[in-house]
Design a binder for this molecule. Structure first.
Ligand code: BES
Ligand code: ZN
Ligand code: ZN
Length: 489
């Protein structure tokens, strides 16, 4: 589907050629493409400004039927993300026109101050990520993804970037999978069903699969996970996916929040807050999809993905504020608010992960708090960790992938906000403020001495409008971040 191909635009009848253009200099070495850019830049409506685009038909001197000229802005401002935007926006335009293929003219890396591999990976990622539609629920799919995307490459580049193309294809397919799980309506992904969907995908790539059902969860005393799920007619599950290479240097446990629908429970959410709550399992989607990439990219790190799945409903059986439960770790928790359910199911999965797999580090990912969205908006995730080494590694992955994370603090003296009069701790802070921080501090109690990081993705997990390389709905945020983190350990 994605091909690296040597394209002679003067001779080959390309259906649509997409060409990046800067405002202040030439990005192309081929004379015919330079002439095409000059033709576009001579038009009053096109200056190469960031985001501008024009379509030219049967451009003189070239054999292509259409050419999209796409503005990248000023050369020194071009980075990987801008190239992803270019490739993604062009793929989207071509899909919108109901065409089936596109060829991208690759800009020279030199003038952009980037290396070739970075240019290629960004273009491939942008194009592949944009080439996705989730139409499973339409009787007649409106538009379909492209069948062919070509990237202009020399013979040497074709060879050099073959493995990169393969890796990028694997990662982008996993992002698509995560997006679909997140966008899927909650009536089709109640805990057992979501567990089935995740394990089916995992089996295809030969991951080890384990699903703990309610009876086992009860025997093993997963008190917090069971408490959150007890108001639902679809009981909780714990999905455990393992990638276990023969000579593993270390073990990383990834834990993802999988609340398949969050009504808030007895502390029912207001109507406005309920709308998006099918996406409250985005952390589990990101972790499960990361295990899919890891199984195919085969790093020398053992990776265990744990997905606690529960539906937070209200009913005669649901937990009440004031209830006291005993978590897997043995700690007692007073339920201050039934809507702070994510930290409860995460607490049990984290404690179980640490006890069972003795990982060198635990990274958890969760749509945990509205407060994090208030603090950082809808595009950035909050990163919490007391460990500098893990912080650096995650922030590096964040820069590579543009899945942006911003580190927030874990102040010692805020811990007292989680005190309960009766139990070991409360799941609700006694202060209205700093909700993302107190949620992270709650989780920290279940990490023990294991190096740990928490990523709150309540903002970026889904998007109403989408962007150049992502449609509306689930974004798959976290898959590229976690994969990059693991591959660079
Ligand atoms: N799932 C929500 C957090 C959330 C909010 C995710 C908005 C995505 C968008 C979480 O379970 C929740 O309800 N948190 C409460 C915690 C509060 C009761 C302490 C919150 O953020 O208000
Ligand atoms: Zn909630
Ligand atoms: Zn929630």
């Amino acid at each position: 589907m994605l091909e690296l191909k040597t394209i002679d635009a003067k001779k080959q009848r390309v259906a649509t050629l997409a060409v990046p253009v800067c405002q202040d200099g030439d990005l192309h070495t081929k004379k015919a493409i330079q002439a095409l850019c000059a033709t576009g830049l001579a038009l009053p409506e096109f200056s190469g400004e960031k985001g501008q685009s024009i379509m030219l038909y049967d451009p003189p001197g070239l054999a292509c039927r259409r050419a999209i000229l796409f503005g990248l802005g000023k050369m020194e401002q071009v980075d990987g993300e801008r190239l992803r935007h270019f490739a993604g926006a062009c793929v989207k335009q071509v899909i919108d026109k109901e065409l089936t293929e596109v060829a991208l003219a690759t800009p020279s890396a030199g003038p952009l101050g980037m290396d070739k591999a970075h240019v290629f990976s960004a273009l491939m990622e942008g194009a592949l990520l944009a080439n996705h539609r989730y139409d499973a629920y339409r009787s007649e799919p409106k538009k379909t993804a492209l069948k062919k995307i070509q990237l202009d490459a020399t013979a040497g580049e074709r060879k050099r970037f073959r493995a990169l193309r393969q890796q990028t294809t694997v990662i982008c397919a996993a992002v698509h999978q995560a997006r679909e799980w997140v966008s899927m309506p909650a009536n089709d992904k109640r805990p057992q069903e979501l567990a089935d969907r995740m394990t089916a995908a995992a089996r295809k790539v030969k991951l080890k699969v384990q699903v703990l059902k309610e009876t086992t969860l009860a025997q093993k005393r997963f008190g917090a996970l069971l408490a959150v799920g007890q108001g639902s007619t679809s009981p909780p599950r714990l999905v455990v996916l393992s990638y276990n290479p023969a000579k593993a240097k270390r073990t990383i446990a990834l834990v993802g929040k999988g609340v398949t629908f969050d009504t808030g429970g007895t502390n029912l959410k207001p109507t406005t807050g309920l709308g998006d709550m099918k996406t409250d399992m985005a952390g589990s989607a990101a972790v499960a999809a990361t295990l899919l990439t890891v199984a195919q990219l085969k790093p020398d790190t053992r990776v265990i993905g744990l997905m606690p799945l529960a539906e937070n409903m209200l009913s005669g059986n649901a937990i009440r504020p004031g209830d006291i439960i005993t978590a897997y770790s043995g700690k007692t928790i007073e339920i201050g608010n039934t809507d702070a359910e994510g930290r409860l199911i995460m607490a049990d999965a984290m404690a179980y992960a640490i006890e069972t797999f003795k990982p060198d580090a635990v990274i958890d990912m969760a749509t945990l708090t509205g407060a994090c969205v208030v603090a950082l908006g809808e595009k950035l995730a909050g990163l919490f960790t007391p460990n500098e080494e893990i912080a650096d590694a995650i922030l590096a992955a964040s820069r590579h992938t543009h899945e942006r994370c911003w580190r927030l603090p874990l102040p010692e003296d805020y811990k007292e906000l989680l005190k309960s009069d009766l139990a070991d701790t409360s799941n609700m802070s006694s202060s209205r403020w700093g909700g993302a921080i107190t949620a992270a501090l709650f989780l920290q109690q279940f990490a023990g001495d294991t190096p740990w990081a928490h990523i709150d993705i309540a903002g970026p997990a889904s998007s109403k409008k989408g962007n150049a390389y992502c449609g509306p709905g689930g974004t798959g945020f976290g898959v590229r971040l976690l994969t990059d983190f693991i591959m660079n350990l």
